[in-house]
Design a protein around this ligand. Sequence first.
Ligand SMILES: [Zn+2]
Length: 204
Amino acid sequence: MSHNGLPPPSPACLWRPYSSNPNRKGGTLIVADVGDRETHERRRCDPDGYRPVTCPACAHGKLHVHDYPERKVLLLVLVRYLCPACGATWRMLPLFAAPMLWRSWAVVEAETLGPRPPPAAPRVPERTACRWRARLRTAAVLLLGVLREHGDATIAAVAAAVGEVGTRLQLVVAHAAAVGVQIAQRLARLAALVHGLVPGVRLM
Ligand SMILES: [Zn+2]
């Protein structure tokens, strides 16, 4: 909490809705039912495995596999689709990969919400973990607006319960309790929800 009793504002990098850039062609689609690497590999190796039914930008119905970009830190190969009608490319991201944090959400969650990883597990540098925790202590107010405006009744009730002075961490906990999210998916599920409602908006 800062001196005025409010949580610190969230960093600007977490608020870049796709709609703020009219020249944007495509983006990332988080695929909520791909929760583990095995499912990801199976879907990635099938050209239809991740194919969106329609282009989210123009609703064209036949997207082509464009390329297979690599994410070196997570050692993941992703799939990108191209819309031949509008030229948008869509990068398909499995639920477990944390966009921009270069880790799996399970690792981020263990370092921030716990339970802490066993001592033998590869550890995240403490400076990185501190940055993640600091982000979760920032104000949830922008996310609350997204949930109230675009979410269903359950989600809107979660936003109302957290209240205007709540933190992102409080929102994560309230959302997980309200919709019954399992451990290790608490950050992933809320991040995917927010990005699905307003693409480009990040939890952390
Ligand atoms: Zn399109």
